[in-house]
Design a protein around this ligand. Structure first.
Ligand code: NAP
Length: 294
């Protein structure tokens, strides 16, 4: 068997085209979705993430209020900016790029974001609502994974899903979304981690394996059954002398081995990655609609 590739770039482009049309329609009613972006310091990876997010916003017509602050910005000043955005009707979503400098308490800042503008879906109010199945902002990477599965036509109802990784930003929220009593849930979910005794025991009976461990080759072909669906969330840099920059990106699964055994598989890059920013755009548009009574 040779697996069909789940093309995250194409699915993300489809969703962005839908959002662009929706934003154009909102603009005819005088509604312009807006996002407040805050970057503290000059970490190169954070600069590139923020730049990519702002470019994506611009492409679909979301207004972004760009705030690049020096690394020595005080916690008090950052809180004041978050509060200003909380009260600014032009801002529907607030994005504080993490990590923050060590002298700033990240949790304090994330808690200060009004839940109605929490487009990253990290605020405890958003997390609590997600757990009890209420409408809320879903965290972007796990929501992107669910959308990839749904749009690739994978049956979730009754499926055996094994997630490897239990972080607060990927594994835990993803497990929660997939067990909801809803058309995009209804799966039976097992979550594995570093204390799981025998990961292969679980993955071998899974219809869908989702790897979010941050370690290359966590899932190999001998650990799964034929026809499995593989979603690879991992992004790892490994040394590659043939590349100009000296490294290449790989996921958490043995892609070459698994593509002969799986029915569907996501590549890295080009799988889950493009979905994360896309779901941030989705949350911002939803927030603008809610703020205007839709
Ligand atoms: P994280 O906070 O480091 O969590 C990793 C999880 O995997 C932990 O729960 C850990 O278990 C588990 N784990 C690590 N090694 C394992 C192993 N050998 N066997 C079983 N479980 C193992 O990472 P994260 O933030 O969730 O991210 C996971 C990966 O996804 C990373 O590669 C990250 O770069 C990538 N990512 C990609 C996107 C995207 O947009 N594409 C977004 C977010 C993250 P313990 O809890 O027991 O330590």
């Amino acid at each position: 068997m040779s697996a069909k590739i789940i093309d995250g770039k194409q699915i993300a482009a489809d969703i962005r085209a839908e959002l662009k049309a929706e934003v154009a329609n909102l603009k005819t009613k005088g509604i312009v979705p807006g996002i407040g972006v805050i970057l503290v310091g000059a970490d190169p990876a954070s600069i590139s993430y923020v730049t990519a997010k702002e470019k994506a916003c611009e492409e679909i017509g979301i207004y972004s209020d760009d705030n690049r602050l020096p690394a020595e910005t005080s916690e008090k000043d950052l809180l004041a900016l978050v509060n200003k955005m909380n009260n600014d009707p032009k801002i529907n979503g607030i994005l504080v790029q993490l990590p923050l400098p060590k002298h700033i308490d990240e949790q304090k800042i994330l808690l200060a974001i009004a839940p109605a503008k929490d487009v990253d879906g990290f605020h405890p109010v958003s997390v609590g609502k997600m757990c009890i199945g209420q409408k809320t902002f879903l965290p972007c990477t796990p929501h992107g994974v669910v959308q990839l599965l749904v749009r690739a036509g994978v049956k979730l109802d009754g499926a055996e899903v094994v997630i490897v990784g239990r972080s607060n930003i990927v594994g835990k929220p993803l497990a929660n979304m997939l067990i909801q009593k809803s058309p995009t849930g209804n799966a039976t979910v097992t979550v594995c981690h570093t204390r799981t005794k025998d990961i292969a025991y679980h993955t071998k009976r899974a219809d869908i394996v989702i790897a979010a461990a941050g370690r290359p080759n966590t899932i190999t072909a001998d650990m799964v059954k034929p026809g499995v669906v593989i979603i690879d969330v991992g992004v790892n840099r490994i040394a590659d002398a043939t590349k100009k920059n000296g490294f290449r990106l790989v996921g958490d699964v043995d892609f070459e081995g698994l593509k002969e055994k799986a029915s569907l598989i996501t590549p890295v890059p080009g799988g889950v990655g493009p979905m994360t920013i896309t779901m941030l755009l989705y949350n911002t548009v939803e927030s603008a609609k809610m703020a205007n009574g839709n």
